[in-house]
Structures are given as C-alpha cells and as structure tokens.
Design a binder for this molecule. Structure first.
Ligand SMILES: O=C(O)c1ccccc1N[C@@H]1O[C@H](COP(=O)(O)O)[C@@H](O)[C@H]1O
Length: 214
C-alpha cells in the first residue's frame, strides 16, 4: 500500500504553516468559513499561500460557498484544491471544478453505512470524497469537531472515488485508522491543536511521523 497522503487543515499562522511544510505534509488547508475558529481572512490566506507556494499543495475549505466567493478567494490565493464541506450537490461540485480549474473534493458526513452511499452520486463531479464524522443536528460546525467515524463501517466498502479519511484523527490513533480503513489519504485539524483553532507544531510533526511510519 502506498504511503497515505496527509493534509493538515486549519492553519492560520506562518509558524504552524512552516511546521506542516517542514514535516512534509502533502496538503495544507485554509478555512474560509467565518463560524470556524480556524477561519482566515482573504489577505491572511494570501500571505500564507505565498509562503507555502511550491512547497506543498494548498486546499481552500468552504461551506456552501457561492461562486463569487470562490472567485474572490482565487484572485489572490492560489488554491490547488477546493474542499466543499457543506451540502453542495454534485452539479455544483462539477461547476466548481469546471469554473476554477482546481480539484474539487466533496466532504460527506458519516454516522452510518448508508451515509457513505451518497459518494456514488459524486462520481464524475468530484475528484475526491472526504469522509468526515457527521456532527449532531444543530451543531455549530459541519466539521473540525474532533468527532470520529466508526472506522469499521468502511470495512468491505467499495469506494467509488479516490477518498480521504477525516474526523477525530490524531497522532495516537491515525495509524490504527489507516490499518482498519485502508485510507489512502488522511486529514486532521483539531487533533493537532492545543486549543480550538490553535495549531501545535509538535503535534503536527507527531501526526506526520505517525503516518509516515505505518
Ligand atoms: O476545521 C474547521 O474548522 C472546519 C470547519 C467547517 C467545516 C470543516 C472543518 N474542518 C474539517 O473537518 C474535518 C475533521 O476535522 P477534525 O480533525 O475532526 O477536527 C477535516 O476534514 C477538516 O478539514
């Protein structure tokens, strides 16, 4: 099995961005969602992206954005990937990919096996499905909650698209998560923080090390 790809999401400072790059994370994520403690202003994101350019790939995370916001961000932030973490239907995901030239990743909230079935409808529209834990009804955030998927749900599941595992991963559990699910790519946000929105350089390094030594 090839080494899983690694994304460190929700970076907002040059120091923690540098930590992710030094650890050789494959992707770094910038969150454009004002309700998130990891939200970055467009100017702040542009400065972080300039620092990261050519050293890792840059993912912009959005929740039910309109095309105007995506174009506004892309005018100054050179995104490689747009991660859609809301209720975006396949046609919109396809439109995002066509209009921006970025890869489009669609996040799906998973609590039971049936939640994963929705992945099929994104074949041909999304470049990757990101499976995240489904938050409880009425939760403030659709992701970045530290909640975990029941990894056993993925046993025997035939993934219709390239995919990534997210939700409650951390340096101590990520190796188990990969062993149980066979994930080809992993994404972490709160599991490498010391407080909500505060990334920890040591935990970022430990997470990448834990994946690279699987
Ligand atoms: O990180 C956030 O603040 C966030 C906000 C809104 C939607 C998604 C968000 N993060 C994504 O959620 C998953 C899981 O995060 P965690 O590791 O459980 O904290 C991950 O894909 C993040 O990119």
């Amino acid at each position: 099995m090839p080494a899983p790809l690694i994304k460190i999401c929700g970076l907002s400072t040059p120091e923690t961005l540098d930590a992710a790059i030094a650890a050789q994370a494959d992707y770094i994520g910038l969150v454009f969602f004002p309700k998130s403690p990891r939200n970055v202003a467009i100017g702040q994101a542009a400065a972080l992206a300039a620092r990261a350019a050519g050293r890792t790939r840059i993912v912009g995370l959005f929740v039910d954005p309109d095309m105007a916001l995506l174009h506004e961000v892309r005018a100054t932030v050179p995104l490689d990937v747009i991660q859609l973490h809301g209720k975006e239907p396949p046609a919109f995901v396809q439109q995002v990919r066509a209009a921006t030239g970025c890869e489009a990743w669609k996040a799906l909230g998973v609590r039971k096996r049936a939640d994963m079935e929705a992945a099929r409808s994104y074949a041909g529209a999304a470049d990757r499905i990101l499976y995240d834990a489904k938050p409880p009804e009425g939760a403030a955030l659709p992701g970045g909650t530290g909640l975990r998927i029941d990894w056993d749900l993925m046993k025997g599941w035939k993934h219709p698209l390239p995919w990534m595992l997210a939700g409650g991963l951390d340096p101590l559990n990520v190796a188990d998560a990969v062993h149980v699910t066979g994930a080809p790519a992993v994404d972490v946000s709160s599991g490498v923080e010391s407080a909500p929105g505060v990334k920890d350089a040591g935990r970022i390094a430990a997470f990448v090390r834990a994946v690279r030594t699987i």
